[in-house]
Write a protein that binds this ligand. Structure first.
Ligand SMILES: NC(=O)c1ccc[n+]([C@@H]2O[C@H](COP(=O)([O-])OP(=O)(O)OC[C@H]3O[C@@H](n4cnc5c(N)ncnc54)[C@H](O)[C@@H]3O)[C@@H](O)[C@H]2O)c1
Ligand SMILES: Nc1ncnc2c1ncn2[C@@H]1O[C@H](COP(=O)(O)O)[C@@H](O)[C@H]1O
Ligand SMILES: O=P(O)(O)OP(=O)(O)O
Length: 284
């Protein structure tokens, strides 16, 4: 493991995987990708590349699973994406030697803004709820494009969600999680970084601060209000694990309110982890 990944964890719980465990995850995930593509009778996969660690690792593993000829990348900049992140996304596609296209989504997003029956949009765009709503339009626009290409070319859409995002609902409903599978969905964020490092993802991408880039300057950790290492520890000990909220807080030497915040994220996002509910069938 690189020093950069090792150095970040100063918590009393260590999620670090051994090399044998990393090999096992790598094999398990690549088998999973092959099986999903085979079961769908598809010819390959499409993946949105953002220059972030989740899509970069997923793309690496997809190429290992399917070969570079079967993976197609889509780099879909909007006006809030930085040039650095978009050129990182292109660099990933080039390093992996996969076919990719760059499509500016802003004209599509503009069309939604013009069509939406909302008042004073321009005055309200800088603050919530419109800021998040607008960001979600960008995210969902990418989902539509991913599926357009997948349908037209007999591919599946690879998702890039990890377990930390799933458990906190840190994704856009029917947006970045409008996908056919999540190959890295059983890894906590820290383990994503570790596996990425292990399979040879460039160091600058392993160390890059995670960002949904739904608005300029957004970072995951600032929006969620805690670091991924702390979040992962609370998820492992408490949400996925057996410890009570108070035992988790004292084990991690954090205030009870931090664990309560994670409980709240988990509870509020329950609806995102299920198919849309309907009333029970009535027998009349
Ligand atoms: N991976 C990433 O880094 C990433 C990517 C995209 C979005 N995000 C984050 O995800 C969040 C997306 O915003 P959001 O969660 O407000 O939008 P969302 O559209 O994903 O979810 C909110 C919507 O869910 C529905 N809903 C809410 N409560 C419900 C309930 N109890 N039952 C059924 N439906 C319910 C409503 O339609 C509501 O408008 C933001 O914080 C954004 O930054 C993160
Ligand atoms: N600009 C983007 N181009 C293509 N795909 C993208 C872009 N931004 C995000 N994505 C995809 O969505 C997921 C989740 O994104 P976050 O940056 O974590 O919000 C990402 O892994 C890409 O697959
Ligand atoms: O989903 P990605 O690839 O954009 O990674 P991150 O969430 O770390 O920015």
């Amino acid at each position: 493991m690189s020093d950069a990944v090792a150095a970040t964890n100063d918590l009393p719980i260590d999620l670090t995987l051994s090399d044998d465990e990393l090999d096992a995850h790598r094999e398990h995930i690549t088998q999973f990708i092959r099986r999903v593509v085979d079961d769908a009778g598809a010819d390959g996969a499409v993946i949105g590349l953002s220059g972030g660690i989740d899509s970069t690792l997923t793309a690496h593993l997809a190429v290992e699973a399917l070969g570079e000829g079967a993976v197609r990348g889509l780099v879909l900049p909007s006006e809030v994406n930085t040039e650095g992140n978009m050129s990182d996304a292109e660099r990933v596609a080039e390093l992996l030697d996969i076919e990719y296209d760059v499509v500016d989504i802003e004209p599509i997003v503009d069309a939604f803004f013009e069509a939406a029956p909302l008042e004073n949009v321009d005055d309200r765009i800088g603050s919530d709820p419109l800021r998040t709503a607008a960001g979600n339009v960008r995210v969902r626009t990418r989902g539509v494009l991913n599926y357009f290409v997948a349908n037209a070319e007999s591919r599946i859409v690879l998702g890039t969600g990890n377990r930390s995002e799933t458990l906190t609902g840190y994704f856009t409903k029917y947006g970045d999680q409008a996908v056919d599978c999540n190959p890295i969905g059983n890894l906590y964020k820290r383990q994503v970084r570790q596996l990425a490092d292990y399979v040879g993802v460039p160091q600058d991408l392993v160390e890059k601060p995670p960002s949904a880039e739904m608005w300029a300057g957004q970072t995951d950790e600032e929006e969620m209000g805690l670091s991924y290492d702390l979040l992962d520890a609370i998820l492992v000990l408490h949400v996925d694990g057996p410890l009570s909220a108070s035992a988790t807080a004292s084990t991690l030497d954090v205030d009870d309110s931090v664990v309560a915040r994670v409980d709240e994220l988990y509870a509020q996002s329950e609806h995102k982890r299920h198919l849309p509910p309907a009333p029970d069938a009535l027998s009349l």
